[in-house]
Design a protein around this ligand. Structure first.
Ligand code: F6P
Length: 539
């Protein structure tokens, strides 16, 4: 079954939302809370160890009703069914989208073109488990007989961001292996990592779905060359493994066939950390923790697939985001985790969200005249409070924000935790209520600066409380955003699973690279030409 193909702006619900927007656009959330004492209860979803309060949004029950009707009007239910059934919903690349199968139990039913994909998934999971155990317990050794101490993940985009974010987020659960990530083609990146390595005890994990990515192959070659300074070719088999769909290319690189962890074309790069792309995660935190990450994501998949839309966390978050993006014309969204462990979470989400839904053509191949993909950014609180929160509080832009907090600290330091959480709660309260002129005056402010101290408030936030940061809860959180991306792509009638937009720059870069060693340039605009010549002169 193909995805539904419905221009959202032609639906009844969209028209209702448009008219309704005119009625509520200036309403202050403070008044909505005053009018309905049960607002927070009505607009909270409690599920498993998640507590999601979306009441601090510029929505009423009518808004929600129309947004839920929009989900029905664009046939979201059918689309979800299509995705989980392994339909070729990534039409522009002719592929199914089944990262959900990677985290499903063995007996689940996932087929692509009529073929059951579960046996292959579980075969690879078993090899990830066996390999992880061997490396972690020190039985697998480097070519000089020493156990591994360091793992280097070589990849970029989805082959880097997911594993890097998860390893960083789960550092509390980490074992003795030191993990490093090399992604940028900037040689300074790889050379800084090399400084920390001993070739005798380093395991290299080359991750590339296509095994054609310039950055990854350059870094892999540089590391191989460095490694071969102190070892012979035969030693590569003990130190280099790869994750890819392109088995022939991996073998061509010199990697032993037994050291290849396969993946499949129905796993999108930015949704691939659940596959063997997550090998470095498994190595860093152990297979059981990796498996628990997958189990958590699967729980969220079940919630997303089965829950009524009105209490379905990814659906509700996606609809609210569409409300701001398409009606309030909000330009961006922030994700603010109140956990230093989630330092890389927003960076990770940037690829997931912006590479998926940064599209300007609909499912008919026609240019779109409404807004699609949101710009996503963020940093952990409380650091971000001392950086960009000023603009969210008093700037001119509307920036809806997700606040993610954990009720239990991992290190049990309740003093720090309470300070952290008091900030977490205070910020969303301040963003909601602001501070009126009367309140500023009552505080005794000098009349000349009163207006500077007024906070308008009415700034929307979602509060996502999770009991504790664990592999399982992190899995749920990531999957929650993945499904939010899917829902928004369906509503906007775009294809979320291709990324042709990243190709043009790559093509031009390879042309320019050749020109660095040539006396003449091909045709460029005068700016690029001047810059190219300037660089060549300085090389
Ligand atoms: O940036 C484009 C992209 O294709 C991403 O979608 C992908 O995650 C990344 O490059 C890396 O690709 P590969 O895993 O094939 O090296």
């Amino acid at each position: 079954m193909a995805l539904p193909n419905i221009n959202p702006t032609t639906t009844k619900a969209w028209q209702n939302l448009k008219e309704h927007f005119e009625d509520v656009k200036d309403v202050h959330m403070k008044d909505l809370f005053a009018q309905d004492k049960e607002r927070a209860d009505k607009m909270t979803i409690k599920w498993d160890d998640f507590y999601v309060d979306f009441s601090k949004n510029r929505i009423t029950e009518v808004t929600l009703k129309y947004l839920l009707e929009l989900a029905d009007d664009v046939k979201l239910k059918d689309a979800i069914k299509s995705q989980f059934s392994g339909d070729i919903i990534n039409k522009t690349e002719g592929r199914a989208v089944l990262h959900t199968a990677l985290r499903a139990p063995k007996n689940a039913n996932f087929k692509v073109n009529g073929v059951d994909v579960m046996p292959d998934i579980h075969k690879v999971k078993q090899s990830i488990e066996a390999f992880t155990n061997e490396v972690v317990n020190g039985h697998k050794k480097g070519h000089t007989g020493k156990a591994f101490t360091d793992v280097v993940n070589i990849g970029i985009g989805g082959s880097d961001l997911g594993p890097a974010m998860v390893v960083d987020s789960l550092q509390y659960y980490k074992n003795h292996l030191n993990t490093h990530f090399v992604s940028n083609v900037d040689g300074d990146h790889v050379n800084e990592v090399i400084k920390k390595l001993n070739p005798e005890t380093t395991l290299f994990v080359i991750v590339s779905k296509t095994f054609t990515t310039q950055e990854t192959l350059s870094n892999a070659n540089t590391l191989k060359k460095w490694f071969l300074k102190s070892a012979n070719e035969k030693a590569i088999a003990s130190h280099f493994v790869a994750v890819s769909t392109n088995i022939e290319k991996v073998k061509g690189f010199g990697i032993d066939e037994n050291n290849i962890f396969p993946m499949w074309d129905w796993v999108g790069g930015r949704f691939s950390l659940w596959s063997a792309v997550g090998l470095t995660i498994s190595l860093a935190v152990g297979y059981n923790n990796f498996d628990n990450l997958l189990k958590g994501a699967h729980k969220m998949d079940e919630h997303f697939k089965n829950e009524d839309f009105s209490s379905n966390i990814p659906v509700v978050l996606a609809l609210i985001s569409v409300w701001y993006n398409n009606f309030f014309k909000a330009e961006s969204e922030a994700v603010i985790p109140y956990s230093q462990y989630l330092n890389q979470f927003a960076t990770y989400l940037q690829q997931g969200i912006m590479e998926s839904n940064g599209k300007g053509v609909d499912r008919n191949g026609k240019s779109i005249d409404y807004q699609t993909g949101t710009i996503i950014w963020g940093e952990p609180g409380t650091n971000s409070q001392h950086a960009f929160f000023q603009l969210i509080h008093q700037g001119t832009k509307l920036i809806p924000a997700d606040f993610i907090g954990f009720t239990k600290p991992l290190h049990g330091n309740q003093d720090h935790q309470n300070k952290l959480m008091s900030n977490f709660l205070a910020q969303t309260e301040a963003l909601l209520n602001g501070k009126t002129e009367a309140e500023v005056i009552a505080e005794g402010a000098n009349s000349e600066i009163v207006s500077f101290k007024v906070f308008p408030g009415n700034k929307p936030t979602n509060t996502i409380f999770v009991n504790k940061l664990s592999p399982e809860s992190l899995g749920k959180l990531i999957a929650m955003y993945e499904h939010k991306i899917f829902v928004q792509g369906i509503i906007w009638n775009i294809f979320s699973y291709d990324q042709f937009g990243v190709e043009l720059g790559k093509q031009l870069a390879s042309k320019i690279l050749q020109e660095f060693n040539s006396s003449s340039n091909t045709e460029h605009d005068s700016s690029t030409n001047n810059l190219l010549n300037y660089y060549k002169g300085m090389m």
